[in-house]
Design a binder for this molecule. Structure first.
Ligand SMILES: NC(=O)c1ccc[n+]([C@@H]2O[C@H](COP(=O)([O-])OP(=O)(O)OC[C@H]3O[C@@H](n4cnc5c(N)ncnc54)[C@H](O)[C@@H]3O)[C@@H](O)[C@H]2O)c1
Length: 328
């Protein structure tokens, strides 16, 4: 699949090690395999390899169904439980383990061969400071953030985050690899949450505050978001929409509204309580919703089908490309 409309750069096949075979790692492995690379997916627990293979096979089947087979049948995908083996044989690494700084640095510190060879080492962190991670793992000047969005085999943009002191050549290697795999690489400074998660969590902070204040229910928030402004977001980003609305109106609304918006500096009460009670979301069967009453797998499948259709529509309309140009 190619998401970007500009021609993908050419690139000889690389040996890519993906560390962590959860939601992000397993799907990213399929993405890079289909782009022709020799992918090794590292999962420390060998007992889970069969299940992981079922997941990657299902992702392949989904992509085959909606986008056709990989060009020239793609590369290879091997599962591996020995980290040293991945370290010794990879030209590029994508770290996709738990979103904990200590766990990521402990793992990334165990790549002496990649470090010595100045391989391309990327982290899929959602929000953690790439510079701190590079310092904690001895990878200053090597580590690059590559924030994929879930589902990583479908969402076109990957945010690319150079750490402090990361040379331009290293950043360009990451951009080229991602673009070659059909992604739109958006470069971002190393601020917590980068671009997308700062925006997403600003909205979630407000959503939680509304519910905690008793203004509406969680379901009301979801209905309003899904069936109002979310419907036009794929075509009009915030700045395009501000221009459409007219900036004086935006300014007027913000002058009145901003003092009323949430500014909490801690996670919301309703979130913290649920986490403490073990109501951690879909996997647990209970979060803000009772997932024992709904088919969670079908909701995820619906999301994926919707993303595919949206991408196809945007491509047909020529709306999945950068247009000239921001005036700012
Ligand atoms: N899920 C998302 O929506 C999403 C989106 C973008 C980025 N990310 C980021 O991607 C990374 C992975 O997220 P995910 O959703 O795939 O998580 P996940 O829990 O689905 O998968 C993580 C995998 O890594 C393994 N693992 C965890 N800690 C490990 C360790 N210390 N050593 C070795 N293996 C370990 C787990 O067993 C699991 O298989 C995180 O940094 C996350 O913030 C997630």
């Amino acid at each position: 699949m190619s998401s970007a409309t500009s021609p993908a750069p050419s690139l000889d096949p690389l040996r890519i090690g993906i560390l962590g075979a959860g939601q992000m790692g397993a799907a990213a492995a399929v993405l890079f395999r289909r782009a022709g690379h020799e992918v090794t997916l590292w999962a420390r627990n060998e007992a889970k390899h069969t299940q992981i293979r079922e997941t990657t096979d299902a992702t392949e089947a989904f992509l085959n169904q909606h986008f056709g087979p990989a060009p020239h049948s793609g590369g290879t995908l091997t599962l591996e439980s020995r980290l040293a083996q991945v370290d010794e044989t990879s030209d590029a690494i994508l770290e996709c383990v738990a979103e904990e700084m200590d766990q990521k640095t402990a793992l990334l510190s165990q790549l002496p061969h990649c470090r010595e060879r100045k391989a391309l080492i990327m982290t899929c962190t959602s929000a953690l400071c790439v510079t701190d991670m590079a310092r904690g793992s001895g990878l200053v000047g090597i580590l690059v953030g590559a924030h994929f969005w879930n589902p990583p085999h479908l969402i076109p943009v990957v945010e690319v985050i150079p750490g402090e002191g990361t040379p331009e050549t290293q950043v360009q290697r990451a951009m080229t690899l991602l673009q070659h795999a059909g992604k739109i690489a958006v470069r971002c400074a190393d601020v917590p949450g980068f671009i997308g998660n700062r925006l997403q969590h600003a909205m979630w902070r407000e959503a939680l505050a509304l519910v905690d204040a008793g203004v509406c229910t969680a379901q009301d928030v979801d209905r309003v978001v899904k069936w109002t402004f979310a419907l036009r977001l794929p075509v009009l980003g915030p700045f395009e929409n501000m221009d459409l609305v007219g900036l004086p109106l935006v300014q007027s609304i913000e002058s009145y509204l901003f003092p009323h918006l949430a500014v909490d500096r801690e996670p919301a009460r309703s979130l913290t309580t649920r986490v403490q009670e073990g109501h951690t979301g879909m996997k647990a069967g209970q979060g803000f919703y009772d997932w024992t009453q709904r088919d969670a797998a079908e909701v995820v499948a619906l999301r994926d089908r919707q993303v595919v259709q949206q991408l196809q529509f945007l491509k047909e309309q020529g709306a999945l490309e950068d247009r000239p140009t921001t005036g700012a």
